[in-house]
Design a protein around this ligand. Structure first.
Ligand code: NAP
Length: 275
């Protein structure tokens, strides 16, 4: 039996747990899956993707900094990929067309609501960051009917433009990270920056954490540590993004194979390995 050829494209990808997650899913259905990690810069990506496809690749995940580009390169986009203008999942159909979806938002909401029991409806949410990941989760967050989502980003124009694109879906505002003191208390803090990868975290005034029921970082493992430490200082409960990683992966896996994996045992195993 020939294996299903999958991959993760991005930079850097060498430490990604995605191959283990997808192998664990494949084992649930006795499928033979080959899941590679492919380093690619935005310049290399189009050619690298073509080569992967020519070598029998049937689908792939995309991570930073390629999510916007992946969405642009696809022939067809799902509504949620279009809204995010960012894709984390690509696949090809028999006619050769490349399709793009974004499972990040649904993955985050599943982790928050189903795994952690956090209700988003009616809550004020602070979303830190306006890159590919923040763009991918905003639509799904707004679909849960929070009272407001405030997007705070270093480059304010990116936060504003992301907010503008989602205005028809709910109450959403883009501000500069430096203006966070204007945001006031929130119910949920969702950190979607890449700062943890270099040991940093956004500068959040303690007032933003007062009364927050959860600070959730999309980062996990070592990259989640700076935000974890900051939440501890502010006495806010914290959770890292491993559950989102597993949930968004399960949705991609289902797109590629038609099989819906059981995420609970995979998440439990990953959590043990990541502590
Ligand atoms: P990205 O598109 O490169 O965006 C990076 C974001 O971080 C931007 O908002 C950027 O602000 C901000 N940032 C970076 N350095 C900063 C600094 N020194 N000061 C202030 N802000 C800074 O990356 P992404 O795709 O959104 O990914 C963000 C993180 O989420 C990554 O670490 C990724 O691993 C994680 N993630 C996790 C999951 C999961 O399943 N758990 C899924 C997706 C992503 P500017 O716009 O001002 O540059």
């Amino acid at each position: 039996m020939s294996s299903i050829k999958l991959a993760l494209f991005g930079h850097p990808v060498s430490h990604s747990p995605s191959p283990s997650v997808h192998q664990a899913f494949a084992a649930q259905f006795r499928l033979a899956v080959e899941y590679r990690l492919i380093e690619a810069s935005p310049e290399d990506f189009p050619e690298s993707l073509e080569t992967f496809r020519a070598e029998g690749g049937s689908g792939c995940n995309i991570t930073l900094p390629l999510k916007h580009l992946a969405c642009e390169l696809a022939d067809q986009r799902t509504p949620r990929a279009k809204l995010a203008a960012a894709a984390n999942t690509l696949w090809w159909t028999a006619d050769g067309a490349c399709h793009a979806d974004n499972t990040d938002g649904a993955g985050l909401v599943r982790d928050l609501q189903d795994n952690l029991g956090v209700n988003i409806e009616g809550k004020k949410v602070l979303l830190l960051g306006a890159g590919g990941a923040a763009a991918g989760v905003l639509g799904a967050l707004l679909a849960c009917r929070p009272s407001q989502v405030v997007i705070a980003n270093r480059t304010v124009e990116k936060a504003r433009s992301l907010a503008r694109r989602h205005l028809s879906l709910g109450e959403v505002l883009g501000i500069a990270l430096d203006d966070l003191h204007r945001c006031g208390p929130v119910d949920l803090v969702i950190e979607a920056t890449s700062m943890g990868r270099t040991g940093g975290h956004p500068d959040i005034p303690p007032s933003a954490f007062v009364g927050a029921e959860l600070c959730y970082s999309l980062n996990y493992g070592a990259a989640a540590q700076p935000m974890y430490q900051l939440s501890r200082l502010a006495k806010a409960p914290f959770h890292g993004g491993l559950g989102m990683l597993v949930e968004q992966a399960a949705l991609s896996f289902e797109i590629w194979t038609g099989h819906k994996p059981d995420t609970a045992p995979v998440l439990a195993e990953m959590a043990q390995a990541t502590v």
